[in-house]
Design a protein around this ligand. Sequence first.
Ligand code: PEP
Ligand code: MN
Length: 273
Amino acid sequence: MSNSVRAVTVRDCSIGGPEIVVMAGPCAIESREQIFHAAEVVAAAGARFLRGGAFKVRTSPTAFQGLGWDGWKLLREAADAFSLLTVSEILSEEQIEGARRYVDFAQIGSRNMQNIPLLKALGRARMPVILKRGFGCTIDEWIHAAEYILHEGNPDVVMCERGIRTFETATRFTLDVAAVPIAKKRLGLPVVVDPSHAAGSREWVESLTLAGIACGGDGLLVETHPEPAKALSDGPQAVELAEFPALMEKCRRVALAMGRTLPASSHLAAAAC
Ligand code: PEP
Ligand code: MN
């Protein structure tokens, strides 16, 4: 299937080309052991990016807020050890310069999608940006948010559909699959899907992950944890690390059906990315 978007390159990885780019890891970096374990498993399963939040935007101020800069150092070390790139949320303009050493792909979280000073600052910073959709925002508003980054001269924007708030309560949010082809067509930029925050429960993550490829997503952002029951954030929606390779195998089959590729067990052998 032809993909009519302009690919965005993050270091040596092209998003929006033939390959479904997988970004996976825990919601939050919690310890050296946890993030290294995650890195080893997701790299072997074909992921290209290690995800993990160091500065967490939690609904409650008493919930775990992340390890901060120490977390980013661990993320970098773990990713480097397994030839992965890093994706992590940046919360403020002040963090951008310091983040460059640790974060290859700057995530703007759902709650910050309309933080205009942050959008403009990342536009000026010329760092590749993954822009999550605000869970209360329309596709139009999401596209305008992307334009704030683009208008500052940064062309490297990838959109991320992560579910929106609807009247439905059986899932944490509602994955808006139609937003994927619509945003791709209207912006001409790659769109990736985050099935984890949409599902809210690991029981539905596999279905939404596969739907994310089938609806034309150019990549996936999936939360996975060695011991979800002990996770300090978003444990209920984390796929167990031990189950992650099987999920990737199913993704590979759907990717193939969509005329896309997903690197085999070790991405080091893949030439496409
Ligand atoms: C996350 O990726 O862990 C996260 C906080 O996502 P969102 O901004 O989509 O809620
Ligand atoms: Mn999370």
